[in-house]
Design a protein around this ligand. Structure first.
Ligand code: AMP
Length: 214
């Protein structure tokens, strides 16, 4: 049976990094709601402006809008089989909506928790930089680019610091994770659909563990 693999973890836990590797190396299409919302930046519509504002504050976009973009994205042909969700669901309502979607598509949901201690998350978030061209994620402390401030694969492209990786937004995002998203771990665990990886280690080791689960 095809699967919908759901990555659950606090901001900075490394979901995005692992999702990209699983896509590159295992060919599993990854859908990141955060990336999709960030892409709306280039649109000059009232909805896009509202989304940018909510994101910058570290709060969550409404379940209704989020479900709409997930539905739309998962109706494309590349997600006909198994695919991976990075950053969705994040609330109990979204988890219910995903059940509906999985039912319609005849897929089973597998959730993977990426667990990282809070102190480590703070360091990762403030040090995080990414390439706007290819999405590669760096960290000035633990994974610096070869040339400071520029992407290894796109030497002309300056790395960016996400607008919501500042101290105030990070706090809101971590609070939101604890209040809204953490309860989903129990939800998936109680139905026997939760797996867990220790996200506090080497990227390659974590990847090996996760690749065996999907
Ligand atoms: P991320 O890149 O996953 O950390 O997401 C960045 C931001 O996008 C979040 O802080 C939210 O504002 C928004 N976002 C991403 N995914 C969701 C979601 N499933 N539900 C609501 N808001 C989301």
């Amino acid at each position: 049976m095809d699967k919908i693999i759901v990555l659950i973890g606090a901001p900075g836990a490394g979901k995005g990094t692992q999702a990209r590797l699983l896509q590159e190396r295992c060919g599993i299409p990854q859908i990141s709601t955060g990336d999709m919302f960030r892409e709306m930046k280039s649109l000059d519509t009232p909805l896009a402006r509202e989304v940018q504002e909510i994101m910058a504050s570290g709060n969550l976009i409404s379940d209704e809008i989020t479900y709409k973009i997930v539905r739309e994205r998962t109706s494309k042909s590349d997600t006909a089989g198994t695919f991976l969700l990075d950053g969705y669901p994040r609330t109990a309502v979204q988890a219910e909506q995903l059940e509906e979607l999985a039912g319609e598509q005849g897929k089973e949901i597998v959730a993977i928790e990426v667990d990282v201690p809070t102190q480590e998350l703070l360091k990762r978030l403030t040090g995080r930089r990414s390439c706007p061209e290819c999405g590669e994620i760096y960290n000035i402390y633990s994974k610096p680019p070869k040339v400071e401030g520029f992407c290894d694969s796109h030497p002309q492209t300056e790395l960016v610091h996400r607008a919501d990786d500042n101290e105030a937004s990070v706090k809101t995002r971590l609070d939101n994770y604890q209040i809204n998203t953490q309860p989903l771990l129990e939800y998936y665990d109680s139905s026997g659909r939760l797996k867990k990886v220790n996200g506090n280690g080497e990227v390659e080791d974590i990847f090996t563990e996760m690749a065996a689960m999907v």
